[in-house]
Design a binder for this molecule. Structure first.
Ligand SMILES: CC(C)(COP(=O)(O)OP(=O)(O)OC[C@H]1O[C@@H](n2cnc3c(N)ncnc32)[C@H](O)[C@@H]1OP(=O)(O)O)[C@@H](O)C(=O)NCCC(=O)NCCS
Length: 217
């Protein structure tokens, strides 16, 4: 849990009625269909709860595979010639309108990376379906790349996203504070980031570090 009181857990008996991401299909799925998918074991769902235990975001997670031919040659040539590779599919991901653009969508992706790293069956990459250009821009910003034949389906190898996240968390990009500043609470965001969620970054560090320690055995 972060100091802001955010917490990610498996969907259980949470109130799903008031969640509103602004995308009707994602909101309706969460209200009406997600529990059926969980019951049938075709998907899991993780929810991000705020301090009042209201759902601030969710994502679904399921096993998937990537046909080797969908990867760029530069990646494929470094992999065994299996017809497909194991993946974790983020089928749906949404953040409540009240919480968008505060780093929570990225935090949900970090959580999926950590779960993929801890999974017992090996997972090579995360896969997502971007439902529109905004979603594609969000995932591209995090380093995802399109499948060769399906531009709206994107992937990122776990090793690559873990490395990117560690770099951005621990080095900070130019002009930003260091991770230590952020963790110790001296991190300042620009004036456009309304709620300065520095504790979310600390949460991302904890989630990832736990996964890295776990992966290292
Ligand atoms: C898309 C969505 C999940 C992003 O979540 P969020 O919490 O608003 O995004 P974050 O604040 O974590 O943003 C992470 C990064 O992506 C960027 N980003 C977020 N939304 C973006 C958008 N629409 N276009 C371009 N970049 C975007 C942010 O600027 C940030 O980059 P930065 O760290 O360099 O500033 C959220 O806006 C949402 O739920 N939208 C409606 C549902 C939806 O479209 N879901 C995608 C399903 S495929």
């Amino acid at each position: 849990m972060t100091e802001d009181g955010f917490h990610i857990e498996l969907l259980g008996d949470h109130d799903r009625a008031t969640f509103c991401s602004g995308v009707d299909a994602l909101d309706r799925y969460f209200r009406e269909r997600v529990t059926q998918d969980i019951r049938r074991r075709v998907s899991n769902c993780f929810v991000l709860l705020d301090a009042e235990k209201e759902v601030a975001g969710y994502y679904t997670f399921a096993a998937a595979s990537i046909p080797l031919g969908e990867l760029p040659e530069s990646l494929a040539k470094r992999l065994p010639r299996y017809p497909s590779l194991p993946a974790g599919l983020i089928g749906r991901l949404a953040v409540d309108r009240d919480y968008q653009r505060q780093g929570l969508g990225a935090l949900l992706v970090v959580d999926a990376v950590a779960r993929a790293m801890r999974a017992e069956p090996a997972i090579y990459a995360l896969v997502v379906d971007a439902k529109d250009d905004h979603a594609a821009a969000f995932y591209t910003r995090l380093g995802f790349r399109s499948f060769l034949s399906q531009p709206s389906r994107l992937f990122i190898p776990i090793s690559e996203i873990a490395k990117r996240l560690c770099k951005s968390i621990f080095r900070g990009s130019e002009g930003q504070s260091t991770a230590r500043d952020r963790i110790t609470g001296r991190y300042r965001r620009g004036p456009t980031m309304s709620t300065a969620p520095r504790t979310l970054e600390s949460a991302a560090v904890i989630i990832l570090m736990t996964a890295l320690i776990y992966a290292a055995g």
